[in-house]
Design a protein around this ligand. Sequence first.
Ligand SMILES: [Zn+2]
Ligand SMILES: [Zn+2]
Length: 236
Amino acid sequence: MKIQFLGTGEAFSDRANTSILIDDQILLDCGPTTVQQLMKLKFDLERIEILYISHFHADHTFGLPALLVASQEDGRKKDLEIYGLGGLTEYLSNLLYLAYKKSLTDLGFEVHIHEIGKKEEINDYEFSFGRCKHSIPCMSISVTKDKKVIYTGDGAPTRETITLAQNSDLLIAEAYMEGFKMHSSILGAARLAKESNSKSLALVHICRKENMKRVKDAKKIFTPIIVPADLDIIEL
Ligand SMILES: [Zn+2]
Ligand SMILES: [Zn+2]
């Protein structure tokens, strides 16, 4: 599996918003900077078949209108499957109308919105979900095809997240800041990696004010820990 970090930042930082591309066809979250990152790669947007939205915060969703309209301008014909929590259809319709006065039905390609259940099988991938603890509902996702990759989305881990992440090959965990109840942290992500018996941990969504020295402390709890830069690739 090819994992590309389009962005690794929190909501407000000099990094692009956290967004992850798997095997050049599955996009996890789409913040305001995501399309620009794809453009830097000269990436053909039509290759994106599946889009997952972890929760309805702007740094994870406000790139959606740009992605949809840029795809339309590129002449996309292929259907796009979008997965997310209940209310996604209304949220995305409102966002698209506000941004470009467009609706999901006049893009020239089909957008199918799926409100997620416990498990989905799409193409050769298996997707599972687990609720984490954030200021609004948020779901962590596991994507499995030979290897297992977890993306926590935003939020502190719960029992569901620990179960979801069991034996993952790569745990991509938000590590916002110590002491925030509704977010995880660098040390919290390391604990999650250890408790879930994951094989490797990539830290994303670290608060711009956070002290990166904590990564050293986190390595006493779990290794290996990677702090990817924007556009970095991990091959599993
Ligand atoms: Zn966020
Ligand atoms: Zn959030």
